[in-house]
Ligand binder design. Structure first.
Ligand code: NDP
Length: 285
């Protein structure tokens, strides 16, 4: 069996087209959603992510501003900027690109972002809302994975979903969103013994590990849907997922290649959250 390889370009552009339409409808009401992205330091990968986010905003008609701060920026200076952005009516969403330099306490900075502008859904209030199923922002990468599954007509309800990874950014919220969609969810991590025995039971397997090509055909049930969240830079400079694509493509029923699907869909969910924040700020939802 050879898996259906998801075409990210086609999928992502159709979702973005929908949001572009929403932005133009807001423009008719005199509203333009605005996103502020804050980048501290000169991490090359972060700079690329930030550029891609700004480009996606521009293409969708969302106002975006990037604050590039030097690596030696103090925590106080960063908090001052966040406080200004919290009070800026033109800005509906604030995103602080991670990782931050070591001298800055990440949690303190993320907690300082106005809950209503926390489009990354990292603030404890938004994380709590997600946990109890209250309406609010959904974290971009896991929400993007659900969007992909739904757009590909993958049945989630009643299926066994296995998530590999339990980070606060991907693994844990991913499990929560799958649970919301009525999957039976198992989470694996670095202390899980005999992981293959568990992953081989998955109808839907989500890899969010951060280890290049770790997931092989032996981890996958024939016909399973495999979503690869991982982005790993190989020595050759090429990007690779957490899934060994060439090995797994013969076993899975459906698979997302890396790069090109989960990454762009994550950015698309950022646009979605920014539009939603603008609607809320203007009393439209
Ligand atoms: P973290 O390093 O925060 O978490 C990795 C998780 O994988 C941990 O829970 C860890 O377990 C688990 N793990 C590590 N080694 C193993 C192993 N051998 N077997 C089983 N589990 C293991 O990473 P993130 O969650 O932030 O990111 C995961 C991947 O997703 C990365 O490649 C990252 O670049 C990518 N990513 C992609 C995004 C996108 O837009 N496409 C967005 C965000 C991340 P333990 O908790 O026990 O240590």
């Amino acid at each position: 069996m050879t898996a259906h390889v998801i075409n990210g370009k086609e999928l992502v552009s159709s979702v973005r087209e929908q949001f572009k339409q929403e932005v133009s409808e807001l423009a008719e009401k005199g509203i333009q959603p605005g996103l502020a992205v804050v980048l501290v330091g000169d991490d090359a990968a972060s700079a690329v992510y930030v550029r891609n986010k700004a480009k996606a905003c521009e293409a969708a008609g969302i106002y975006s501003v990037v604050h590039r701060l030097p690596a030696e920026t103090s925590q106080e200076e960063l908090l001052k900027l966040i406080s200004e952005l919290n009070g800026d009516a033109a800005i509906n969403g604030i995103l602080v690109q991670l990782p931050l330099p070591k001298h800055i306490h990440e949690e303190t900075v993320l907690d300082a972002i106005d809950v209503a502008k926390d489009v990354d859904c990292f603030h404890p209030v938004n994380v709590g809302n997600l946990m109890i199923g209250k309406k609010g922002f959904l974290p971009c990468t896991p929400a993007g994975v659900i969007e992909i599954l739904k757009r590909m007509d993958v049945q989630i309800s009643g299926k066994h979903a296995v998530v590999i990874g339990r980070s606060n950014i991907v693994g844990k919220p991913m499990a929560m969103l799958l649970l919301r969609e009525h999957a039976t969810v198992t989470v694996c991590h670095s202390k899980t013994p005999n992981m293959e025995e568990i992953t081989r039971q998955a109808d839907i397997l989500i890899a969010a590990v951060g280890r290049a090509q770790m997931i092989k055909a032996k981890h996958v049930k024939p016909g399973a849907v495999v979503v690869d969240v991982g982005i790993n830079r190989m020595e050759s400079g090429k990007l690779a997922g957490d899934v060994d694509f060439d090995d797994v493509v013969e076993t899975a029923g459906m698979i997302t290649p890396v790069p090109g699907v989960v990454g762009p869909m994550t950015i698309t969910m950022l646009l979605k959250n920014t539009i939603e924040a603008a609607k809320r700020a203007n009393g439209l939802v």
